[in-house]
Design a protein around this ligand. Structure first.
Ligand SMILES: [Mn+2]
Length: 429
């Protein structure tokens, strides 16, 4: 069964890199169908990482909702309208199904071949050499579109008296058949999630698909599971550190490409070991990965930082959304976004425009507040743009800086430094 390995939405380098490498490890260790995907657009720095290390970029998917096309049964044949009816009936009998879809010469669905519909022919002793397309076919079968979300049509399909649903594409061409029982079965794929464990932060549709494994270094807010799952969590600076450790524990050596990708994830998330989230495990794994990929952590960091940040390359709306995380805490719904940018002057120049973009998100998503933290990994500082709840803003321990920002000397980590201050401000406001 297909297993997707996916990081959080608004993905960062660690999220994409750890998904890529864990899919590689899982393919070697009993899950041959594991495929890394990216929740939405691949970030520019992740693109650089893949091309620099010569690895195939992961596929970007908007969501993992189960679609009708995922349920099409490859064993149910379709009948060509031009073949003699007697042959069509033989195919129907051999299939063991109670009806089969019929398509014309252009591949378009024309009806279901169903014995009940043919009784009049037998009574009239008609010639069964007539083409299937000229025989009475069952027309009123519920025709599904391949892109329909299973979630939206499941109840109606299960209530329907028919057991077979023909599926067509946008042009009306027959794609195949979905059997009614498929709607009652578990989704046809599984998820492994990395670098997050909150459904709200995951790829849309995640809530419908069973999660079989989590690898993460964030606070745990994972829902109770029906069955045991594999869960790897530790207090380290990057999910890639955990995945590297899992390679070692499994006695597997990452390829040069995978080692490079893992190293990029470690340096991106630890800001080259400067972030207070950094641990000895991150340094140890990075040293091992440096040997395997033949490049230094510092060079990889310089390469990543040479790619223009979202502040430079994106519209204000895109930039504030590029690495935003949603939280629901203490009765507050809020979003914290982070961008790494070594030139804070760029940030100050666009501060007004960015504030407006943040305000739009706050009102559109019904948030209490949103903050954008711009981190300069070279100088080891951050600055914050805050919009929304005045009480929370006042309770934050940061003083005012240039261009309406709040300055955060020595702050590098959203998770370990900003989030706790925000939570304290919420409860103190
Ligand atoms: Mn991470």
């Amino acid at each position: 069964m297909k297993t997707y390995v996916c990081g959080h939405r608004n993905p960062d380098v660690d999220s994409v890199a750890s998904a890529f490498a864990l899919a590689d490890l899982r393919r070697r260790t009993g899950t041959p169908d594991a495929e890394a995907i990216c929740a939405g657009r691949l970030p520019e720095r992740a693109k650089w990482m893949f091309s620099h290390f010569g690895a195939k970029p992961v596929r970007a998917l908007r969501d993992v909702y189960v679609r009708v096309r995922d349920l099409v049964d490859p064993d149910v044949p379709a009948i060509d309208a031009a073949i003699p009816l007697v042959e069509g009936l033989r195919l129907l009998e051999a299939s063991g199904e109670s009806s089969l879809p019929v398509r014309d010469a252009d591949g378009r669905f024309v009806g279901m071949l169903s014995p009940a519909k043919l009784l009049s022919l037998f009574i009239a002793k008609s010639d069964l050499a007539m083409p299937v397309g000229e025989a009475p076919l069952h027309k009123c079968a519920q025709v599904l579109s391949e892109s329909d979300r299973v979630h939206d049509i499941r109840a109606a399909a299960l209530r329907n008296s028919h057991n077979h649903f023909p599926v067509v594409d946008d042009a009306g061409r027959l794609v195949g058949t979905v059997l009614k029982r498929a709607f009652a079965e578990e989704p046809p794929y599984r998820m492994i999630i990395v670098d997050h464990n909150e459904t709200d932060q995951g790829i849309p549709g995640l809530e419908e698909v069973p999660v079989v494994e989590v690898v993460d270094h964030h606070r745990i807010s994972f829902a109770a599971t029906k069955e045991p799952i594999r869960y790897t969590a530790d207090v380290v600076g990057s999910t890639c550190t955990l995945v590297a450790r899992m390679f070692r524990a499994a006695g597997e050596r990452p390829t040069k490409e995978t080692a490079g990708v893992l190293l990029a994830g470690v340096v991106a998330d630890t800001l080259l070991f400067q972030s207070p989230t950094t641990t000895d495990a991150d340094r140890t794994m990075a040293a091992w990965l440096e040997r395997l990929c033949g490049e230094s952590a510092a060079d990889v960091m310089a390469g990543l930082m040479s790619v223009a940040s979202p502040l430079v390359s994106m519209s204000a709306d895109q930039a504030v959304a590029s690495d935003a995380k949603l939280y629901t805490e203490g009765g507050c719904r809020f979003s914290l976004a982070q961008i790494e940018e070594t030139n804070l002057a760029v940030f100050h120049r666009r501060a007004k425009e960015l504030s407006e973009a943040i305000e739009r998100v706050v009102s559109k998503d019904g948030l209490d507040f949103m903050a954008l933290m711009v981190t300069d990994p070279v100088r080891g500082n951050s600055e914050l743009l805050f919009c929304g709840s005045e009480g929370v803003r006042r309770a934050l321990p940061y003083r005012r800086g240039p261009a309406g920002t709040l300055v955060m000397p020595g702050v590098l980590s959203r998770k370990k430094q900003l989030l706790p201050e925000v939570l304290a401000a919420i409860s103190g406001s």
